[in-house]
Design a protein around this ligand. Structure first.
Ligand SMILES: Nc1ncnc2c1ncn2[C@@H]1O[C@H](COP(=O)(O)OP(=O)(O)O)[C@@H](O)[C@H]1O
Ligand SMILES: [Mg+2]
Length: 264
């Protein structure tokens, strides 16, 4: 049974999409089967994998969320340039979903059946979410086993997280009692500066062992790779960014081996 992980933080530009693409690609190269789900109307995940044009001729997550019939996830899954890595894409239609969902039945749990159905075919499913705590992100939290929270190492990193925690609390109290924190990931880290070190220390004090030992450094290659439609590991395997996400994948696999209900 694959693990469903929502990548969430309602702040934009903290590295959600970069983490989803590069962690998923690293796990796939490590011979895990991985499904990425683009739940952000900006569809940076879809474009970052070079699949915008392909997606334009196919059904997207928008149709999966708004249709009345029970959807078959395989109708939406696209192959990517990485063996074992698939994508359910998004396009601009998803912009309207936030409003359309309001009047649909089960508006917060429309993603869940689709992903619960897909999980038997994957080791991991990652859902990339938009920078808000609206209905799209709620659907991801209701569908997920756990939340991975990227935090960029800047002064206000922890600010705003209370809102995400409160939203998670509401989801746990209602539609998804099993929801956990998968881990907190320090991104765009500059551990050479005092500020960077101080922020990292504060985050570790707050979230303790939930913070990954691996931190993602600031690295221009991570910013360049999406414009080539590639994960960093295919764009420049020796870049510090690609290496950091491989290390994160390794850490995640080691953690999962320690879990009693070993999923591997
Ligand atoms: N570690 C990093 N080093 C340098 N640039 C990064 C890094 N992580 C992300 N970026 C860039 O920063 C921007 C925001 O990252 P993104 O993953 O899109 O954030 P989010 O999905 O949270 O909005 C993007 O242009 C991305 O390429
Ligand atoms: Mg994003």
């Amino acid at each position: 049974m694959g693990r469903i992980i929502a990548v969430a933080n309602q702040k934009g530009g903290v590295g959600k999409t970069t983490t989803a693409i590069n962690l998923a690609a690293s796990l796939a190269i490590g011979e895990r089967t991985v499904l990425l789900v683009d739940l952000d109307p900006q569809s940076n995940l879809t474009s970052g994998l070079g699949l915008t044009e392909t997606a334009s001729t196919r059904r997207t997550i928008y149709e999966a969320l708004t249709t009345d019939e029970e959807s078959d996830p395989t109708d939406f899954e696209l192959a990517t340039g990485v063996t074992g890595l698939h994508l359910i894409p998004a396009d601009r239609h998803l912009t309207g979903a936030e409003v359309e969902l309001v009047s649909l039945p089960n508006r917060e749990s429309r993603l869940r059946p689709l992903l619960r159905q897909a999980r038997s075919r994957y080791d991991y499913i990652f859902v990339d979410t938009p920078p808000s705590l609206g209905l799209l992100t709620l659907n991801a939290l209701v569908a997920a086993d756990a939340v991975l929270i990227p935090l960029n190492c800047e002064y206000f990193a922890l600010e705003g997280l209370a809102e995400l925690m409160a939203t998670m609390g509401r989801v746990q109290a209602g539609l998804n009692p099993e929801l956990e924190i998968e881990g907190v990931l320090l991104t765009m880290a500059d551990t050479r500066t005092r500020l960077g070190q101080q922020v990292a220390m504060e985050v570790r004090q707050h979230f303790k062992e939930k913070v990954y030992a691996t931190t993602i450094p600031r690295n221009v290659r991570l910013g360049e790779a999406p414009s080539h439609g590639l994960p960093a590991i295919l764009y420049d395997v020796r870049s510090t960014g690609a290496e950091a996400y491989v290390a994160l994948a390794r850490e995640m696999l080691e953690d999962s081996m320690r879990m009693p209900d070993n999923i591997l």
